[in-house]
Ligand binder design. Structure first.
Ligand code: AMP
Length: 513
């Protein structure tokens, strides 16, 4: 099928051709004609499938008629992270270069006045993260009654990051007569329920089995001792022919430690996590995109949805807590028809997490050996399988035993304290409960932690919520979908821990002689 047969206008087709695309991807083929018809879409597609263009291209054509009024955007695209929002904005610029559409990008970490000016000009397309959008809304800087097209992108990630209540608040302010495009890589029941509420007679478009990993990704998994992971990673990096790679860590503090360690060993490594300032995040990302940084150590939140062309490798330094995250992480490689490689380092205690992933993706991740390291077994737990690793003579530091002098520094060891296992996730709140929330005045804006943490200087005092309102926010109990994840304390979107939280310092976990 050709782009010409999808019903797009000549200027959009020209922009697509200039970008070098010759044939539409499957999601584009299926979704574009439906969006152009004005119908709602429920899209189940993972990143890397060309999903962004599947909504951006037809939106440009739909929005080419008409003009936006000041502070009243005509369409709204909600993205879970700043990077993803910025990426979609980039796409709009590329594909919309032959149109005169105004775009506004509302993300945390960027100054309010610039964003207010963009809104004031009148935005045909508003691309935003939920927290920053609500901030503008609460200040009265934006009216959403003119939004005719709503896109909710990466809905499952919104759920994972606890943004769904914010998304629900935003959707409640939109006109009911609108076109809604709802995309998610996976369709867990909570997401399906949400889609049922937001969409009206949608056309379902699924381009691959939910949560399946791309066939273009060659996967591998090595079981190694937690203490040996850094050594194992270095060995794999040296063994592989790496053009560029992301190394995912479950915790942002591990990101910094691992980056320092890699640099110490002579690797060209950068770091990306939610505690970094927005300019620093953007700068690192740009360097990685330009090839100035070869290995990017990142947390899930910061790296979500990154579209780096031809990324050769993804490494999971930790097995992700959520099986869906595994699919997202490895989906950073093997994009746009290219072959990618992913390697996961699992400690013996992470067998349960691996099992959950394999159940989700419906296949066993091939076990690989780390050069020079003994393959070991998963710890048996609850009668689960014992091992897939093979034993091989090697020089694993743990198999050698470590002398106290060869131990990593204390703060490094502290990161390796036992990790809490994921608890079953409670059901999200019933819709009625959400509708019954207090009116806006009583609920000051809430910005997700990931956004709050890097916020630039606060706006003038009078623009901020009243003391009373702020304290009501402080008192407000956490919602189930925010608090349900015990492992979130050191994730980018997690609240700060109280006391030691679940963190057990390593010296407490060490056996006494
Ligand atoms: P996405 O799933 O939207 O993140 O897109 C994944 C990658 O595919 C991006 O690098 C796009 O530029 C690229 N892409 C999107 N559509 C096409 C197409 N029709 N042909 C080739 N590459 C594409």
């Amino acid at each position: 099928m050709s782009f010409e047969s999808l019903g797009l206008s000549a200027p959009v087709l020209q922009a697509v051709a200039d970008k070098g695309y010759t044939t539409p991807t499957l999601i584009q083929e299926k979704a574009i004609p439906i969006v152009l018809m004005g119908r709602d879409v429920l899209g189940c597609a993972q990143t890397g499938t060309g999903k962004t263009a599947s909504f951006v291209l037809p939106m440009i054509d739909i929005l080419s008629e008409g003009r936006a009024k000041a502070r009243m955007p005509r369409s709204l695209i909600l993205e879970p992270t700043r990077e993803l929002a910025a990426q979609v904005a980039e796409n709009f610029e590329i594909y919309g270069k032959n149109h005169k559409l105004n775009m506004a990008l509302l993300i945390g970490g960027v100054s309010f006045p610039d964003q207010e000016r963009a809104l004031e000009r009148g935005a045909d397309v508003l691309i935003a993260t939920p927290g920053r959008l609500l901030d503008h809304f609460e200040r009265g800087g934006i009216l959403l009654n003119d939004v005719k097209i709503l896109v909710i992108d990466e809905a499952d990630r919104m759920l994972d990051m606890g943004f769904i209540p914010d998304v629900e608040r935003i959707v409640a302010t939109l006109p009911p007569l609108r076109q809604t495009l709802f995309f998610s890589a996976t369709m867990p029941p909570e997401i399906k329920r949400l889609a049922d509420r937001f969409l009206s007679n949608p056309k379902e478009v699924t381009v691959s089995a939910p949560a399946s990993a791309s066939k273009n990704i060659v996967q591998g998994l090595a079981v190694v001792q937690e203490d040996d992971k850094r050594e194992a990673l270095r060995a794999l990096i040296k063994e592989q022919d790496i053009k560029n790679a992301i190394v995912f860590c479950n915790r942002k503090k591990d990101v910094a430690i691992l980056q320092t360690s890699l640099k110490k060993h002579g690797f060209n490594a950068g770091a990306l996590h939610g505690d970094m300032s927005q300019p620093a995040r953007m700068e690192t990302l740009e360097k990685f995109k330009q090839g100035e940084i070869q290995i990017l150590v990142a947390s899930d939140v910061a790296a979500r949805g990154l579209d780096i062309v031809a990324m050769s490798h993804v490494f999971n330094f930790d097995v992700p807590f959520s099986p869906e995250d595994y699919v997202h992480r490895i989906g950073r490689t093997g994009r746009a028809g290219l072959t990618g490689h992913s390697f996961t380092l699992a400690s013996p205690e992470e067998g349960g997490l691996v099992e959950a992933i394999e159940k989700l993706i419906g296949t066993t991740i091939p076990r690989v050996e780390v050069p020079g390291m003994a393959a070991i077994a998963f710890e048996p737990s609850d009668g689960r399988r014992r091992s897939r690793g093979r034993s091989r003579g090697g020089s694993s530091s743990s198999s050698r035993g470590r002398s106290s002098s060869s131990r990593p520094p204390k703060e490094v060891r502290a990161e390796q304290a036992p990790r809490p296992q994921r608890e079953p996730k409670p059901q999200s709140e019933a819709p009625q409960a959400l509708e019954a929330r207090p009116p806006r005045e009583a609920r000051p804006p809430r910005e997700p932690q990931a956004e709050r943490s890097n916020r630039e200087s606060r706006p003038p005092q009078e623009a901020r919520p009243s003391q009373e309102a702020r304290s009501s926010r402080d008192r407000r109990p956490e919602r189930s979908d925010r608090s349900s994840r015990p492992d979130r304390r050191d994730r980018d979107d997690s609240p700060a821990p109280l006391g030691l939280g679940d963190h057990v310092p390593a010296f407490l976990a060490r056996p006494t002689r």
